[in-house]
Structure formats: structure tokens, C-alpha cells
Design a protein around this ligand. Structure first.
Ligand SMILES: *[C@@H]1O[C@H](CO)[C@@H](O)[C@H](O)[C@H]1NC(C)=O
Ligand SMILES: *[C@@H]1O[C@H](CO)[C@@H](O)[C@H](O)[C@H]1NC(C)=O
Length: 362
């Protein structure tokens, strides 16, 4: 029995790819002086991080995409320090050394423990905020576990109930944090999607939309994976809810050639694109040394979550203003450079770092 999830690999543990990971970022990270703020350059980055922090397409020069030989530049204001990122997914392998002490699992909607037993949530967390693979390397990562191998795939009503309950819990945590003196903003990452049929089968078409309306109203920034069915994103949900909830940021996926992934959803419900092909990130420690290369809009959404966290560090006025943040992110995105995105969201997320990294190929 096939599940309705748009990524069929959801709970599958695919075969590891052999990879080598440098032991430390530190050796290759050099602070460069730039006007008043320090610019950090990570010389051991995945391609996606180079792409979003420069204006030029990535020049591979023979390098594979699953290599940490690309360059990422960000300012010290953009490391996401103090930003709360809620990852509504399979949980996070919080002890993974890539997260330092910045990851925790807050909620599971199942009766099991909080353990992450898929890897999916840890991939998302890694792309958002891990030391080597992350966009915003100092965010607080909060796991909200709503998917589990314990899940009964024949029970769509329970699936929707789990997701909705998890999001409600994230909203409560956000609202409690909002009044704390060290609150700097919350981003919620939704790296999943389902067709309307699932909601019909569940006899529940409204609860997920309502809870997302609440999240935006309460000032959470919410990024949503467009979907990976190679069809109109307006037919996958929660992405399709952007028509009713304009504060959601719906993200499509591109490859290293700035081309939309063939598997990615498209159309007017997409706000913008982000790198989502061959994305190297963390997975559960016990799998392949805790590293995985994968593709999908769930990873593209994670990239944008990291970018939003970075912008929150620089724009405290947008702390609880999802519409304003979305406008900023879209303004800064690169226009007219993608292929295959004509049907919607024809722009690529960019952090606005001036110029491009100096490429020294070995
Ligand atoms: C995160 O921020 C803290 C406080 O500014 C700093 O001490 C620490 O080095 C930062 N960690 C990373 C991974 O950037
Ligand atoms: C989550 O789904 C399971 C069925 O797979 C169900 O037993 C459980 O009650 C659900 N939890 C919530 C909070 O809806």
C-alpha cells in the first residue's frame, strides 16, 4: 500500500553514498574584514551554500555536487543565533555532532519516545543549521515529531491529526518564547505535502489550513516545500494553502545548473526557488556516518528557512512579520536566471552577499 506522501522515500532508508567529510570547518574558515561586520567564508561548503551567497551560477569545474569544496560566505549577523526553528517532521537526531548543543526534540505526537528514526527531519535540520551543511549555523533547532514509522498508513485522519497537533504545539512554544527577553523570531519548516484526496479520505479539509492561518497570525515565519510530484503545487497541501494564506513561503527546487528539478512541483503557488538537487546534509548518526546527499523540495524549503533565520538576525523589525519577510526574501532573490520555472516562482533565493567567492580550483 502506497502512502499519500509526496516523497515515497519518506521512511525508506536508502543506501549510503560513500563520502568523506572534513573533520572541522574551523581550519578552512577565515573571517574577512568587510566594512563594519565580519564576513565568514566557509571553504568546505556544499554547492547550495555557494549558490545562495553569490550572484554567479556555480562553476563545478569537474567537482561533483556531493563534495564539500564550494564556498559559502555570510556575515556574523546572519548565523541565526537565537532564532528558533521548528522542524515539523520526523524529529531530529539532536546528538549529532554537527548540531553542537543547538538541537532538541520538543514534541512527539506519538506515544513513542522522541527518537528520530527516519533521517528525514535530520536532513532538514542539517540543511537549515548544521555546522558544515547549514545555511544559518547558529540557530536553535526544535524537533516537532509528527511522522513516525509507527504511523498507520491506512489512517489518513490520524496523519492529519498528528500534523495539526504538532503545529499547534509549535505555535504554543512560539507564543511562550515571544514574551522572553531573548526572543529573536521563529521559523517553522514544513517539508512535506499531500494531495487533496488525502484530506478528503480523512474527512478533514480544514484543520491544517486553520492552524497555519493561526501560525502566521501569531507571527511565525513558515516555509513550505512545494511538493515533489512534478505537477501544479496548488494541488499539494500545505503548499496550495498559499492562495488563502499569503504569508506562507512556498519553495520549489533547482539543481546545480539553476534548472528546476524535474520531480519538483511548479506553478503559480510557488513563491520562489532554492537549491534542492544533490543536497549534502546530516542524517541519523548511525546511517552512513551521519551524512546523506538527497534531492527534493523539502531540502529547498530548508535552505529558505535558513535564509529567513539569517535575515531575522539583520532585520529585527520583521521578527513577527511573515508578510514583510516574504517580501524581503522575494526582493533579494535573483530574477530571470532559472530554467523550467516559467510557470511560477521564477526566481532563486539569494542572501545578497556582494560579488562572488574567489574560486581557486585545485
Ligand atoms: C554561536 O553564537 C555564540 C554566541 O555569539 C558563539 O559563541 C558561538 O561561537 C556561535 N557558534 C557558531 C557555531 O557559530
Ligand atoms: C498519531 O497517529 C497515530 C496513528 O498512526 C494515532 O494513534 C495517534 O493518536 C495520532 N496522534 C495524534 C496526536 O493525533
Amino acid at each position: 500500500m502506497k502512502s499519500f506522501a509526496f516523497f515515497t522515500a519518506f521512511f525508506a532508508l536508502s543506501l549510503p553514498t560513500a563520502l568523506t567529510v572534513p573533520v572541522s570547518v574551523r581550519g578552512t574558515t577565515k573571517p574577512l574584514k568587510c566594512a563594519k561586520v565580519n564576513v565568514i567564508e566557509q571553504g568546505t561548503a556544499p554547492w547550495a551554500l555557494q549558490r545562495i551567497s553569490g550572484s554567479a551560477p556555480v562553476t563545478q569545474n569537474g567537482r561533483p555536487t556531493d563534495e564539500l569544496s564550494y564556498k559559502y560566505r555570510y556575515t556574523e549577523l546572519e548565523d541565526g543565533e537565537g532564532i528558533d526553528v521548528y522542524i515539523v517532521d520526523t524529529g531530529i537526531d539532536a546528538d549529532h555532532p554537527e548540531f553542537g548543543k543547538r538541537a532538541r526534540n520538543a514534541i512527539s505526537t506519538f506515544d513513542d519516545d522522541l527518537e528520530e528514526n527516519s533521517g528525514h527531519g535530520t536532513q532538514i535540520a542539517g540543511t537549515i543549521g548544521s555546522l558544515h551543511y547549514g545555511v544559518a549555523k547558529n540557530v536553535s533547532l526544535v524537533g516537532i515529531k509528527v511522522f513516525s514509522p509507527l504511523f498507520d498508513t491506512k489512517n489518513p485522519a490520524a496523519l492529519i491529526a498528528n500534523i495539526t497537533t504538532g503545529i499547534e504545539a509549535a505555535i504554543l512554544l512560539h507564543n511562550a518564547r515571544k514574551i522572553a527577553s531573548d526572543f529573536k523570531g521563529s521559523v517553522m519548516n514544513l517539508g512535506f505535502g499531500f494531495p487533496k484526496e488525502l484530506f478528503d479520505a480523512a474527512g478533514n479539509s480544514d484543520s491544517l489550513r486553520k492552524v497555519l492561518e493561526q501560525a502566521i497570525k501569531d507571527g511565525m515565519h513558515v516555509t513550505v516545500a512545494a511538493g515533489d510530484r512534478a505537477r501544479d503545487a496548488c494541488t499539494d497541501f500545505p503548499a496550495g494553502y498559499v492562495k488563502d494564506i499569503p504569508g506562507l513561503i512556498v519553495v520549489g527546487a533547482t539543481d546545480v545548473f539553476d534548472k528546476r528539478l524535474e520531480t519538483a512541483d511548479f506553478g503559480p503557488c510557488i513563491d520562489l526557488h532554492a537549491p534542492g538537487g544533490d543536497i549534502m546534509s546530516t542524517t541519523i548518526k548511525g546511517l552512513n556516518g551521519g551524512v546523506k546527499v538527497d534531492s527534493g523540495t523539502f531540502l529547498a524549503a530548508a535552505v529558505v528557512t535558513g535564509v529567513v533565520a539569517g535575515e531575522l538576525g539583520k532585520n529585527p523589525n520583521l521578527r513577527t512579520d511573515p508578510i514583510g519577510m516574504k517580501r524581503l526574501i522575494k526582493n533579494k532573490a535573483q530574477k530571470g536566471i532559472l530554467r523550467g520555472a516559467e510557470a511560477g516562482g521564477d526566481m532563486l533565493v539569494n542572501t545578497g552577499m556582494p560579488g562572488n567567492p574567489i574560486e581557486e580550483f585545485v
